[in-house]
Design a protein around this ligand. Structure first.
Ligand SMILES: [Zn+2]
Length: 295
């Protein structure tokens, strides 16, 4: 497990990384600690094996989950991160309904009081995707579309992709309709979540800001990409994380979410070298376990 502390005293551009091993805490002291620490933002990239599941808790106790990973392993992570007597999650975002992103969310929807679900609404052929579709049709969801901003007191989440509606549609590759979102806390710290988007989608997202500015619209900052932390696209596959994307995102830290010794060879050496060339600190769930940012 790796904890990264982003020091607010160091200013926006400077990020201080501190590595520490968390001491095992029993459930009661953990919950006590939880309430004492209500001044901090916590962003946890759960080690769920080959898949994505990212948990955000804000100082005002907003709980957000982006993807749920494969199987039920996300429940263990939520059990560690949430007080045992509290079972509400304010927002669940699904990037796309592939098993390694959606399976755990089905369990989460079953066991937690999830107030809002945001996803593209795209249809998938696998049984797990169909179960997801049925579930959200019954309970209702909000369709993610580029240009949306979800705002609370201390933070906002911008939706950067997709621009078109895919609700109820089938597509040749679900990765291509991954919801891309950017979480910004106190206008100071930003995290970019890319699901399994390819370089093609990265290119499209880059074009939105340009188009918006050409049209002289007032709200183009909703398409900003520059971020302190980048969740590397598609588990570090070489089909994502292009140089032109890195040029604009300009991350300090990149988080690769991949399973230990996975059969896809993720993350790809080319992507790791690219990140190194850009002098980006690389964190990996396959090596480091949960990657935790405390602010
Ligand atoms: Zn995936």
């Amino acid at each position: 497990m790796v904890v990264l502390l982003l020091s607010s005293k160091m200013g926006k551009r400077k990020v201080l990384l501190v590595f520490a091993i968390l001491i095992a805490l029993n459930i009661f002291s953990w919950n006590f600690f939880f309430f004492l620490q209500n001044e901090e933002l916590r962003v946890v990239f759960f080690d769920v094996g080959q898949g994505d599941a990212i948990f955000i808790r804000t100082p005002q106790n907003h709980y957000i989950l982006i993807d749920g990973g494969p199987g039920e392993v996300v429940l263990e992570g939520l059990g560690r991160e949430m007080p045992f007597f509290y079972n509400s999650i304010d927002l669940v975002i699904l990037t796309h309904p592939h098993d390694d992103h959606v399976s755990g969310l089905l369990e989460v929807l079953d066991r937690y009081n999830v107030k809002n679900v945001l996803c593209s609404g795209v249809s998938g052929s696998a049984s797990v995707a169909q179960r997801w579709e049925e579930t959200i049709r019954e309970r209702g969801y909000r369709q993610a579309r580029a240009g949306q901003r979800i705002k609370a007191n201390e933070f906002y989440i911008d939706i950067l992709y997709p621009a078109e509606s895919f609700a109820g549609e089938t597509v040749d590759d679900l990765n291509k309709v991954s919801v891309i979102s950017r979480f910004v806390f106190k206008e100071e710290y930003s995290f970019l979540f890319t699901g399994d988007a390819y370089a093609g989608q990265e290119k499209e997202v880059l074009s939105y800001r340009e188009k918006c500015e050409e049209e002289e619209r007032a709200w183009c900052d909703v398409f900003s990409l520059e971020s302190d932390v980048l969740k590397v696209g598609h588990h570090g596959s070489k089909t994502s994380t292009s140089e032109e994307f890195l040029d604009v995102v300009s991350p300090k830290v990149a988080v690769v979410m991949a399973g230990k010794d996975n059969r896809y060879g993720h993350p790809h050496r080319e992507v790791l070298e690219r990140l190194e060339n850009y002098k980006v600190e690389i964190m990996r769930t396959d090596r480091d376990g949960d990657v935790i940012f405390e602010l």
